[in-house]
Design a protein around this ligand. Structure first.
Ligand code: SF4
Length: 306
């Protein structure tokens, strides 16, 4: 076994952390966008759109998601299922966000619409490529993104897909941690606990891999959940495997608390003894004991998490 650290106090700390009521943080998280819709179909589609745009500064990303959702009227699923590619482009006008221009976002929405028309729902599409016996959910994600990319290629009538589109629908076959796709899966697969949506029943929560962001990577290191220097796919797997030791059936129930512990400022990068004194993770935390350096994630590594 590769790990040399002890796991003492980690399960208790995580359980205590997760017992706090985190639902008040939903309004600071992009999961609030799909939660606004009532129907299952709208929640599912809104979850894919919101998670795909959830990168960069949270406030700026939120404005972009809000604008895109506004262009789809009150029912994103109905709108993108019925609208042609030209109409979607017109609806978006000049909406763009960082790496993705308006044409890229329109192509992404049109490809999702094509999936809905041909396969009925995103869940049905994903399940067609999902094998519960397979060790790695990445393979199923690769089949899902390959299909989306193939529909986009048919619709775009250009040679090759743009960088902006490929950023929205990443290649699941390379070594990136696929944060946004895994976030989407967490939202739709985990039970509705006031945070996640509990929409899909065909994928067990035990098969999920953590959507690795800067906070989870940093705090996960403090707890010894991983010992990687960079936030690569292997780090996401290590953290998930560690969390499985605490809850084999639903390891990602600790994801939202860990992420928002950092996001809310309750666990800052700079040492703050008052905050550590109030933190349920303190008995397990190496940074608090001075056994692990606190450091910001490098800009290069941050880029990998997009
Ligand atoms: S550094 Fe302090 S606040 Fe952050 S996880 Fe450790 S004990 Fe908690």
């Amino acid at each position: 076994m590769r790990r040399s650290y002890t796991f003492i106090n980690v399960p208790q700390g995580l359980e205590e952390l997760s017992r706090k009521d985190w639902r008040g943080r939903v309004e600071h998280d992009p999961v609030r966008f799909p939660r606004r819709y009532k129907s299952r179909a709208d929640r599912e589609v809104a979850a894919l759109i919101a998670s795909s745009l959830a990168y960069g500064r949270a406030d700026v990303a939120s404005r972009a998601i809000e604008t895109v959702m506004d262009c789809l009227d009150g029912s994103p699923a109905k709108t993108i299922r019925s609208a042609g590619h030209g109409e979607i482009k017109d609806r978006l006008g000049g909406v763009k966000y960082r790496f993705s221009g308006s044409d890229d976002i329109a192509l992404f929405l049109s490809a999702v619409g094509e999936v809905l028309r041909r396969h009925g729902s995103l869940e049905r599409t994903f399940l067609a490529g999902f094998d519960a016996g397979e060790m790695d959910i990445r393979a199923a994600l690769a089949r899902f993104t390959t299909l989306l990319r193939s529909y986009a290629a048919l619709l775009s009538r250009k040679r090759g897909l743009s960088h902006g589109f490929r950023h929205l629908v990443p290649d699941a076959g390379n070594g990136s941690p696929l944060k946004r796709l895994l976030l989407f899966l967490r939202w739709v697969v985990r039970p509705d606990d006031g945070i996640d949506l509990g929409l899909w029943s065909g994928v067990p929560p035990s098969s999920l891999v953590i959507p690795l962001d800067t906070h989870v990577f940093r705090i996960g290191g403090y707890l010894g959940l991983h010992d990687r220097r960079s936030p690569v796919w292997a780090a996401a797997r290590e953290i998930t495997d560690s969390l499985r030791r605490v809850d084999p059936a639903d390891p990602l129930r600790f994801d939202f608390p860990l992420c928002h512990l950092g996001m809310s400022g309750a666990c800052p990068v700079r040492r703050d003894p008052a905050k550590c004194a109030a933190c349920p993770l303190r008995p397990a935390c190496k940074a608090c004991r001075g056994e692990r350096k606190r450091s910001r994630i490098s800009p290069e590594s941050r880029g990998r998490l997009g």
